[in-house]
Structure formats: structure tokens, C-alpha cells
Design a protein around this ligand. Structure first.
Ligand code: DGL
Length: 274
């Protein structure tokens, strides 16, 4: 007999479209699971908002996903992970995973001197969440967290190369290089599209190769563990269905498709009015 709870989808939530990189990683790892992605792109960016507003937005979005009977939720958004993860975890009756602890854990694995740089939204940087996550895993390690707010609109505009994003990236990296970081966490779902540029500018500024880490894969590792310990895997054999729900229908899906690594218009995309 099928366990009904196990046949619910896995939810993935982000403030916008950047979390599609996490959805892609989840889909690659769990091809038989149904997935529901909620992107609150009508209200992006979250990273400039107050903590209370982020909590309110997160509650509203979690309630939409709850209506889809999800069995677990991956919060792909760093800002929500920083400001609302505990609230969601306390209020929801399914397990909730964030992206901050997995990113920090990965950075510790590759850093020798435990001097971890983080680029993040202003709200995430102000929250102190990365510093707390790092201290919990290794009290000797040091976090240097730098807000990089302009990178979100640049990515949304599709400005992924050229002088303008390069200048912004250099400006945000310079203070981290002064702190002599030996690993850098991309603490925002938008930044992976700039990963190659961030990596080359960081190498140019610091004169050495510094690992640049995206939390999508380590977050999926946490999901694998959760699915195993809670025995949540589907018992069906057919391929899982992927559904994308957005709070605003974009004019074009070029950036969404870059995040997802495939043509998003060929997927099941619908809009929801919050
Ligand atoms: N998804 C957000 C994050 O990862 C970035 C975009 C925003 O500011 O909402 O922090």
C-alpha cells in the first residue's frame, strides 16, 4: 500500500527565480519525486526588506505550499533562511530546510585557515545568520559577511558579464580580500549566475585561487539525509512532475531558464495571487 504522506511533493521556495538553481539540483537528485516551486517574484527583492516583512512574506508563501500537501520544504532563499527559518520550522508540520548551514559547512570543508567570506543581501548580512551558523559549526572560524545588493538587479536584468557587473563585483570583493578570506560563500540565490566572474575577480584581486561555493548542492545533501531518516521517498516508479508557481508572470523567461538550466516555458508554470 502506498504511504499517502510520501506521495506529496517536495516544496522549494524562493523570493524569486534564483531558487530555480536549487530546484534543478533537487530534480536531478530526486527524479521520481513530484516537486512544487514557489517563486514570490511579485515581491522580490526580499533582501532590502525588514525582518518582519520577510517573515510575513514567508508565512504567506508557506501557506500556498501547504495547500499543495508538500512533505518537506527547502527554503532556497538565503534571506528567508536567515530571517524566517525558525518561525517556519516552528509553525509548519512538515520538515523545513534552509541554505545557510549547508553553505557554511561546505566552506569549512575547503578552507584551511577558516576565514570564510560571504556575499549576501543586506537583510541577510544584517541578520548575523552566517556568523551564527559558522560559530555553531566551528567556534574558531571567522566569518566576513558583505552585503552586495546591486548584484540582484544586475542578474535580473541579465547583465552577467561586461564592465558594469565586473566593477560591482570588484567593489564588493575588495574588503573581503583585505580580510584574507580563503573561501567565499555565495549567500544569495542570484549570485551563482555570476559565479565565474566572481571567481576570476577574486583570484585577480587576491593573487591566489579561492574556492567559491554555491549552497544548492550541499542543501540537496541535507535533503537526501532528511528523506532517508524520515523515510519520505515516494514509492512510485514513474518520473516525478515539476510544477512552478509564480506570484507574477514574467514577460519573458530568459533569466528563469538560465537559473533552471532548461527552457522554463516547456514546464508547467502557473501564477498565484497572494
Ligand atoms: N533570494 C534572495 C536570497 O537568496 C535574493 C533575492 C532577494 O533579495 O529577494 O537572499
Amino acid at each position: 500500500m502506498l504511504k499517502l504522506r510520501n506521495e506529496g511533493p517536495i516544496g522549494v521556495y524562493d523570493s524569486g527565480l534564483g531558487g530555480l538553481t536549487v530546484l534543478r539540483a533537487v530534480a536531478d537528485r530526486f527524479p521520481r519525486e513530484d516537486l512544487v516551486y514557489l517563486g514570490d517574484n511579485a515581491r522580490v527583492p526580499y533582501g532590502t526588506r525588514s525582518p518582519q516583512t520577510v517573515v510575513n512574506y514567508a508565512r504567506a508563501c508557506a501557506s500556498v505550499l501547504r495547500g499543495h500537501h508538500i512533505k518537506a520544504l527547502v527554503v532556497a532563499c538565503n534571506t528567508v533562511s536567515a530571517l524566517a527559518l525558525q518561525v517556519l520550522d516552528a509553525e509548519l508540520f512538515f520538515p523545513v530546510l534552509g541554505v545557510i548551514a549547508p553553505g557554511v559547512r561546505e566552506a569549512l570543508l575547503v578552507s584551511d585557515r577558516k576565514r570564510i567570506g560571504v556575499l549576501a543581501t543586506s537583510a541577510t548580512a544584517r541578520s548575523g545568520a552566517y556568523e551564527r551558523a559558522l560559530a555553531a559549526l566551528d567556534p574558531q572560524a571567522q566569518a566576513f559577511v558583505r552585503p552586495a545588493p546591486l548584484l540582484v538587479p544586475l542578474v535580473d536584468e541579465g547583465w552577467l558579464d561586461g564592465e558594469l557587473p565586473r566593477m560591482a563585483v570588484r567593489k564588493y570583493l575588495a574588503p573581503l580580500v583585505e580580510h584574507d578570506i580563503d573561501a567565499l560563500v555565495l549567500g544569495c540565490t542570484h549570485y551563482p549566475l555570476l559565479a565565474a566572474m566572481i571567481s576570476s575577480e577574486l583570484a585577480a584581486l587576491s593573487g591566489k585561487s579561492v574556492p567559491v561555493l554555491d549552497s544548492a548542492q550541499p542543501a540537496v545533501d541535507d535533503l537526501v539525509q532528511l528523506m532517508e531518516t524520515r523515510q519520505l521517498a515516494t514509492e512510485r516508479d514513474d518520473p516525478g512532475k515539476v510544477r512552478i508557481i509564480l506570484t507574477d508572470m514574467p514577460y519573458d523567461f530568459a533569466i528563469a531558464s538560465r537559473f533552471m538550466g532548461q527552457d522554463v516555458t516547456k514546464l508547467n508554470v502557473t501564477a498565484v495571487d497572494l
